[in-house]
Design a protein around this ligand. Sequence first.
Ligand code: MG
Length: 378
Amino acid sequence: MASDNFTVPAPVATRVVSRREFVQLAAAAAPLTALQANTAEPVAALKVQVVRLKLRHTWTTTMSSSAYRDTVHVAYTRDGITGYGEGAPIARYNEDAAGARQTLEAARALLLSRDAMQFAKIMSQFLEGVTGNWAAKAAADIALLDWVGKKLGIPLYSYFGLDAADTPVTTFSIGIDSPEMIREKTREAAEFPVLKIKLGRGSDEETLEAVRSVTDKPLRVDANEGWKDKEEAVRKINWLESQGVEFVEQPLPAHMIEQTRWVRSRVHLPLIADEACQRPADIPKLNDAYDGVNIKLDKSGGMLEAYKMIQIAKALGMKTMLGCMISSSVSVTAAAHLSPLVDYADLDGNLLISNDPFQGVRVERGRLRLPAAPGLGL
Ligand code: MG
C-alpha cells in the first residue's frame, strides 16, 4: 500500500466537516486512490520463456536431424494460482521458438484481459486474431486450462469428463539411425509393448531388419511423407504388413490426397494422416483417403481444438491418435489428459529428452498414467 510514503490527511471523524472542507479533502484523497490503483499487485501475470531441451539421442526423421529442441513455455498467474503451458513450434509450418515467444508477447494484453474462467472466449479471440503460430496458441491454451483445473480443484481429465483408467498404451519412437544405433534404441525401449519406427529415408529395409533382430513386438511405422510415389507406397505397405506392422502414418506427401486414396484401396494396413491433418477443417477432406488422424496440440493450437478434432474424426468414423512433438512433460501431459478418448497414443516426446524441467504423466509398462492432482498435475 502507499501509506508508508504518502502523507495521509489528518483524521476528520472527530469534528464536524464543512461542505467546503469536505470537497478539499476529497480532492486531496483523489491522488491517493489513483496511486493505490497504480501500485497494487496486477490482477494477473504472464511469463513467457524459451527453454532448450536436450535430446538423449540425436533425433532424425525425414524432415530434420538435431541434438536439441527449443520450446516456448508460459506461466499464467492469477489469484495466487499458476497455470503452465508449452508449445513446440513445428518447422514444417514455418514456426520457430523466437516467433512463438513474440506471438505470445503480442497476445499478452488479450490473455490478461479477462478472467481465465473465460478461457474459451480468450482462445477463440487468439485463434481468430492471429494467423498460424499454433505452438504459441497451444502454450496459452494449456496454461489457461491448467489454471482452470487448479482453480476448480480437479485434474483436467475430469474437467473433460474422462476416466483416467481408460488411457491407452503409448508407443515409443525410434528415429532414423544406423542399424547399430537402432538395435541399441530398440533394446532401451524394452518396457514399451509397441514401438513406432521412423522410415522414409531410403534405408527402410535395413532399419526394419535391425528392429526385428532385437524384438518381435508389434510395430507402427511413420514414413513422414518420405515415399514419393503411390506404387512405391503400396509396395512398402504390403511388405510392412508381413513384418508385423499395425498401421502406417503419412506414407505420401500431405498434398497427395488422391494418390493416398488410390494406395488405401490396394493395402490392408490402416493409413493415418499426420502432416496432412493439422486443423479441424482438414479432417473431412481426408475421409476415404486415410483411416485415421494423428492429432497434436502443437498443430491444432491446444487442448480445446484437439478435443474438437477428436470428436470430428470420431463422427466421421475415423480412428483417432494423439501424438506430440519433442517437448517437456508440460505439453505431453496436456495431450495425455485427452488420451482416454483416442484409439492410439504416441506420447513419448518427454522421454526423448534428458533435462525435463517438469514431471507429469508417467509410463508404466507402456501405459500412460495420469497424475490426479488438479489441472495438469505437474
Ligand atoms: Mg508423424
